[in-house]
Design a protein around this ligand. Structure first.
Ligand code: NAD
Length: 450
């Protein structure tokens, strides 16, 4: 099929490469000319496992092209996907202006019938609104459909190639046929995995999915707080409830709170939609509040571990909002660092992939270390904020020797508290029994280690 994808971010670039990989002829349109030049040279502007080979192989095979001009892509394509940003507007709603702008431009440029598919996460009613806007300017029929994207950053290529489901919001039988053909290669493995529904239901499905996942995270963070108060271990509780098939194991990990470019933004937009329509969204509101509180809680743990922040040095392992991505948008680690800097601490951070993005945010206000141990050097506390594999089994003796005051705040519960304290490091996790966090000889030993 001849396709165009507008936007070369995490969604647009992955969709372009994966559509090309199954034999489609794809033009990916990006307004940022510098980004296009880099992409043409297979120099990816973002990190996503497995993406770089797909981009270079499909460019070499002539199935994937990058362009700055929408007109070229509209002339080429039978199906045009919109994958531009829908950031938070000042009132909390999703700002769909980029989506509408692209859709109207497609409508004006179209010279043959086309299907316009909204992949950007857009609030309920957007597909209908965009369809009306396109109808008003187009001289040929342009069908507009919703196709929200459910990929996870860090596993985006795999999610796109093997989706749990593909949701298409359309009332058109013709669009249904085209989408069935297009997605067939990705939905071969078992079951009826292309779900057709009306556009409004497809739009709500995307927000409801993210709200559900965020709810599980906040739920576990609240249970973790209770575990700390009563002396229980949230890891045990998580296993205990996750083995119930009605509950399942996914998304039950307590931590520094959810972040990234989707959950916080999409929950805010959902709250706004509810408020606009007079629907009480108090559960979603609570999920958001718990999440914000969790960030304060992790900050409090770092303060307690370091003793004081003014004039102290804090090491931070992990800057990305989750492992296997370089995305720092709304990352809990970034929020923590801002608070630490405000409190007068010096921050030494490390991340395997996200340091260039962090450098853009902090300049030289944060010292970015080339390896994790260098970040820990002379620190008064180490906060582990992202669950990168490289942080999973560190040399605790080396950490203890490097730090001025050996204390770890394990924001992802990666470590065995006993193992950490054995190395003479004070341990503080999320929702874990405090007695497991006290090293032999007590806390004072660490303060005077060097
Ligand atoms: P992004 O910010 O990484 O990328 C958007 C890209 O679109 C940018 O490169 C921007 O320059 C480009 N763009 C904007 N206007 C353009 C125009 N008129 N013409 C050409 N290019 C234009 O965004 P993203 O993370 O890929 O997300 C895109 C959408 O998908 C959002 O609505 C988001 O909520 C949704 N989504 C994101 C994810 C995710 O994990 N990132 C997952 C599912 C859904």
């Amino acid at each position: 099929m001849r396709l165009a994808v507008v936007g070369s971010g995490y969604v647009g670039l992955v969709a372009s490469a994966c559509f090309a990989e199954t034999g489609n002829d794809v033009i990916c349109v990006e307004r940022d000319a510098e980004r296009v030049a880099r992409l043409r040279a297979n120099d990816l502007p973002l990190f996503e496992p497995g993406l770089e080979p797909l981009v270079s192989l499909n460019q070499a095979a002539g199935r994937l092209h990058f362009a700055t001009e929408l007109s070229e892509a509209v002339a080429h394509a039978d199906v045009i996907f919109i994958a531009v940003g829908t950031p938070t507007a000042s009132d909390g709603s999703a700002d769909i202006s980029q989506v509408v702008e692209v859709a109207e431009a497609v409508g004006r440029l179209a010279r043959k019938p086309a299907v316009l598919v909204l992949k950007s996460t857009s609030p309920v009613g957007t597909t209908a609104r965009v369809a009306a806007a396109v109808r008003a300017v187009a001289s040929v029929p342009v069908e507009v459909a919703a196709n929200p994207e459910f990929l996870k950053e860090g596993a985006a290529v795999d999610d796109f190639m093997h989706p749990d489901r593909v949701v298409i919001g359309t009332e058109s039988a013709a669009v249904r046929g085209i989408m069935t053909d297009l997605y067939a290669p990705y939905t071969l493995r078992g079951g009826e995995r292309i779900l057709f529904m009306d556009p409004a239901s497809a739009e709500v499905t995307k927000y409801a999915a993210n709200a559900m996942l965020a709810t599980r995270v906040s739920f576990m963070n609240q249970i973790a707080a209770l575990c700390e108060a009563v002396g229980a271990d949230v890891s045990m509780v998580r296993t205990g409830i996750g083995s119930d098939r009605r509950i399942g194991r996914a998304f039950l990990y307590p931590g520094p709170g959810y972040g990234g470019s989707c959950f916080p933004k999409d929950l805010r937009a959902l709250l706004r939609t509810g408020a606009d329509l007079g629907v009480d969204m108090d559960l979603i509101q609570a999920v958001e509040q718990v999440n914000l509180r969790q960030r304060d809680l992790v900050f409090g743990k770092v303060l307690e571990s370091a003793g004081r922040l003014e004039g102290s040095t804090i090491a931070v392992w992990g800057l990305a909002f989750k492992a296997e991505t370089d995305d720092v948008r709304d990352s809990p680690a970034i929020a923590l660092i801002r608070k630490l800097l405000d409190a007068g601490a010096r921050v030494q951070a490390h991340d395997p992939k996200a340091m260039p993005a962090a450098r853009q945010l902090f300049g030289d206000h944060v010292c970015l270390a080339q390896d994790p141990y260098a970040a820990a050097e002379g620190a008064d506390a180490l906060a582990v904020m992202t669950e990168w594999l490289v942080y999973r089994t560190p040399d605790f003796d080396r950490i203890a020797a490097a730090m001025r005051r050996a204390a770890i705040v394990d924001g992802r519960n990666l470590y065995d508290p006993h193992r950490v304290t054995q190395a003479g490091i004070r341990y503080c996790g999320i929702g874990r029994r405090p007695r497991e966090g006290t090293p032999p000889g007590g806390r004072e030993r660490h303060a005077t280690q060097h």
